[in-house]
Design a protein around this ligand. Structure first.
Ligand SMILES: [Mg+2]
Length: 124
């Protein structure tokens, strides 16, 4: 599916009031990211590999984050929700989805060519 087609569907399925443009998808985007984080957090809490650390404190190994099929399906669906909210935010701000994606690719390729993919800061 291309970005233009996806944007059409986002417009068809957006039910928030026009007055909530920008703010609604901005807030909901954070909510959806939190839902993905919650799946991983619950996995770590309930099924993470617990090891004994110094001073008797227990830790979960991040390497134990191998999700089962049900968890993977939930993450996949939440990533779809993230995509929808991201697209709605772009649309509300007047940015074509393809332009946002293309500019991001240009930025990342430039950083790769200059060897500054690692590090931090927006203006690398
Ligand atoms: Mg969701």
């Amino acid at each position: 599916m291309d970005f233009d087609k996806y944007a059409e569907i986002v417009n068809e399925t957006a039910v928030y009031p026009v007055g909530a443009s920008v703010l609604y998808p901005l807030l909901a985007l954070g909510e959806e990211v939190g839902e993905v984080q919650s799946i991983f957090a619950k996995h770590l809490r309930d099924r993470g590999q617990i090891i004994e650390g110094e001073s008797g404190r227990q830790y979960s190994r991040l390497s134990s984050l191998v999700l089962d099929e049900e968890e993977r399906a939930k993450v996949r669906d939440e990533l779809g929700d993230i995509l929808w909210e991201w697209a709605a935010l772009c649309i509300d701000l007047g940015f074509p989805l393809s332009e946002v994606a293309q500019r991001n690719i240009i930025k990342l390729r430039d950083r790769k060519e200059r060897g500054v993919l690692h590090g931090s800061g927006d203006n690398r």
